[in-house]
Design a protein around this ligand. Sequence first.
Ligand code: 13P
Length: 341
Amino acid sequence: MSERLEDIAAAMVANGKGLLAADESSGTIKKRFDVIGVESTADSRRDYREMMFRASDAMTKYISGVILYDETIHQRAADGTPLVDIIKASGAIPGIKVDAGAKPLAGFPGDTITEGLDGLRERLTDYYKLGARFAKWRAVIDIDVAKGVPSATSIGSNAHALARYAALCQEAGIVPIVEPEVLMDGAHGIDTCYEISKATLTKLYTELYAARVVLEGTILKPNMVLAGKKSGKVSSPEEVAEKTIKLFRETVPAAIGGIAFLSGGQSDEEATANLNAINAIGPHPWKLTFSYGRALQAAPQKAWGGKAANVAAAQAAFAHRAHMNHLAALGQWQPTLEQAA
Ligand code: 13P
């Protein structure tokens, strides 16, 4: 594979393939395992992820890359093969989450700032040697309008951190996924999501330009424009598609390598239907695909339940979701394909 940043970025969003976000921190994966009654240990986390990376049908046809957590990029499969080698053998690109998480922003209750810039240059060099060719940094923007959240300071600080991270990645030969996630957890309506996402993306690209980041060698990982969960409203795929594309046309340069959405708490099928509606109203200046965590893994987690006997069923559940999202990335998904499974 070519090592030019723009080629890596293009491969990440090519041919209706998308990313598997398997980079849950040890705290987050424990929460997921609690739901299925599995104890979270280094071995159970390894077994679970090995199950997905060895799902060759899903991996070879639908997955362009996998975002890993620090523990996983160092782990070996039960037979001693590095997990990174299993991913590469499927044709997918290994990636790595490099931020250290969102922490409370001093002076701004309710806002967070993502940390992890200290020592990042050295960590990126190590991850490159381990095989990572792209990285992820997630900024978190919550919405609580009555409390003045998010503040302009939070949007600005997070955009600045994303730009410093992206410049360091490119210096190391690694494609940065820039993820400014506007959360869908609040009680806001879809138009508030649009406004806050617009302010966030505008600031993000201002900072990326200022940091001399080469846009062709970046991938944007955005939220879709949606009503908040506590609003009691579910936006239709057509409305999500129309407002999300309007937002991107106004704020996201055509030059970037591509767009890979987070699922953010949408149900599996909602995340697929919305991605499909977005692509169905194309053509667009960018490829728009998936970089889903929960919306790809909820079904295989449930099918697996920590039992070796369930590995084949879990791999089939993963392959089905990956296939549905692959079709959505091409604008070719139909609800009837879900029932057929
Ligand atoms: P979700 O798809 O579960 O939102 O996770 C994607 C991700 O990587 C968030 O950083």
